[in-house]
Design a protein around this ligand. Structure first.
Ligand code: FAD
Length: 462
């Protein structure tokens, strides 16, 4: 990437200065029954650390945050604060809610930059747990179990840890160095990470048990993006039907959003060449979908040189799953939104490059309107499902019809295979960072109960 492109990927939201952070923290009302804490899926003790921050006690503030969160610098940046902590803040009823996300980010960044906290390393005597996947759920399980006295090893297929935090959410929202710092913190606690280890390919769940692990956690997220089939037309003939038909997946100008974002990340890290990007300078790009992934893909396409980016969504603005703040930023940066719309046809030239699309807009009680628009690229951001490699290589592990792993309530998070647990996006809860963490925290408790019980029974039987 050239210098201008790198600049475009610099973090967009600025941090506080110390004086600003303290002044903001002093606005907290310290409610007796803090609604902000109720609004946080992991029940972060917000008023307590905000109080410490308001007095400038940074060490105490971060220690309180870390009792609940293994990813404070991440949550401070990408959580849906407007719907959670800040959305519940009493100050918001009459004016501006406390800027809790930005304050958390400030405290977490200050901690890493100044190496304030040093975690007490707990002796690992309670058992050995293998964690598959180093996304928010895997990191949370690893951090919590490590603090509880378990020896934890993470097996991650990618070269870098973080899952979507590393290869999905772009640098301008979440700098990779911030994610790397959180991972280093976990490693300092004694968690061992095996990178570039694809479970289900290089090793299996059975191999892990054979290596002496007492339990295995699967936190492998959603790695199979969904795609749409749209009729493709070439020289006045539909070529996407019948034998030898050309499908959307065959067109190099159509990409799945997560693959596109991953590719941009690999190019910025120098693992791929700039010309391997599927979006050319000046391209007219259409992004299908209206979640956070669609916002990230659109804003990223503009940053790498697209001249125009349009979001196509088959419903109205009230149904979009993207955060309002993400939508606002996308609008500010020039992304256009086409509500109640869908692409009906894709027109390609002799080289199978996209030349036009036919867009249909159909609002309730109105006649549909069809427009033919010049186009170069289509990016699909319509959701994802879990991959099935681990299920296929592990006996007794069941998934549902959408490939989500089936788990139970007691012990929390155990799958249909004894000793194998799962959590985060792979079990199909609300796909956000903090919900993956919330689920993983409960699973960590479930794993601890299970391993303790198994060891107790073994000791009695001896
Ligand atoms: C583009 C994008 C933007 C998003 N933006 C936001 C946002 O702003 N705010 C928010 O709260 N949420 C956001 N989300 C959702 C959020 O990132 C996810 O809900 C969260 O990352 C789920 O965490 P996880 O640990 O379950 O899975 P993941 O983050 O997907 O992590 C899974 C990990 O498992 C590894 N893995 C997979 N299979 C294997 C295997 N067989 N062997 C070894 N390792 C394996 C993967 O490489 C990965 O590291 C976004 C998602 C996307 C795609």
């Amino acid at each position: 990437m050239n210098q201008n492109e790198r600049k475009a990927f610099q973090e967009v939201n600025e941090s506080y200065t110390m004086a600003e952070a303290i002044a903001e923290a002093q606005r907290c009302l310290h409610c007796k029954v803090p609604q902000c804490k109720k609004g946080c899926p992991i029940s972060n003790d917000i008023p307590d650390w905000v109080h410490e921050l308001s007095k400038g006690n940074m060490g105490n503030a971060i220690s309180i945050i870390r009792t609940k969160s293994n990813l404070p610098a991440v949550c401070g940046r990408v959580c849906a604060h407007e719907k959670q902590c800040e959305g519940n803040c009493v100050l918001g009823k009459k004016g501006q809610p406390l800027n809790i996300g930005k304050l958390e980010r400030f405290v977490a960044d200050f901690d890493s930059e100044n190496a304030l906290t040093h975690e007490n390393i707990v002796e690992k005597t309670r058992g050995k747990v293998a964690v598959i996947g180093a996304g928010p759920s895997g990191i949370t399980v690893a951090g919590d179990l490590s603090r509880m006295g378990f020896a934890v090893e993470i097996f991650e297929m990618e070269a870098q840890c973080g899952g979507v935090l590393r290869y999905g959410i772009p640098e301008y929202r979440l700098p990779k160095e911030v994610v790397a710092r959180e991972i280093r913190y976990i490693e300092k606690m004694g968690v061992v990470i095996h990178r570039k280890t694809h479970v289900g390919v290089e090793i299996t769940v059975d191999t892990l048990f054979a290596q002496g692990f007492d339990a295995v956690f699967i936190g492998t997220g959603l790695s199979k993006p969904k795609s749409l089939e749209i009729p493709i037309w070439q020289n006045g003939r539909c070529i996407s039907e019948g034998e030898g038909a050309t499908k959307c997946a065959d067109l190099k100008r159509i990409r799945l959003a997560t693959h596109f974002l991953r590719r941009v990340e690999l190019i910025s890290e120098g693992f791929m060449k700039r010309d391997e990007l599927p979006v050319d300078k000046g391209a007219r790009v259409f992004v299908i979908g209206c979640g956070n992934t669609a916002m990230d893909a659109s804003r990223t396409a503009l940053r790498i040189g697209a001249s125009e980016v349009d979001i196509i969504y088959h419903k109205g603005i009230d149904s979009m799953s993207a955060l309002r703040a993400e939508y606002d930023d996308a609008v500010k940066e020039g992304v256009r939104f086409n509500w109640w719309s869908s692409i009906q046809e894709i027109h390609v030239d002799d080289n199978l490059d996209i030349t036009e699309i036919v867009l249909e807009t159909k609002e309730t009680d109105k006649e549909p309107v069809r427009r033919t628009l010049p186009a170069n690229n289509i990016i699909m951001a319509i959701g994802a499902t879990p991959a099935t490699k681990i299920v296929r290589t592990t006996s007794g592990l069941d998934n549902d019809e959408h490939n989500f792993l089936i788990t139970r309530e007691v012990p929390y998070g155990m799958t249909t295979r004894k000793g194998v647990f799962a959590g985060g996006d792979v079990v199909g809860r609300q796909a956000t960072v903090v919900h993956a963490m919330q689920d993983a925290k409960l699973v960590a408790e479930g794993i601890a109960q299970y391993v303790d019980a198994v060891k107790l029974i073994a000791a009695i039987e001896e």
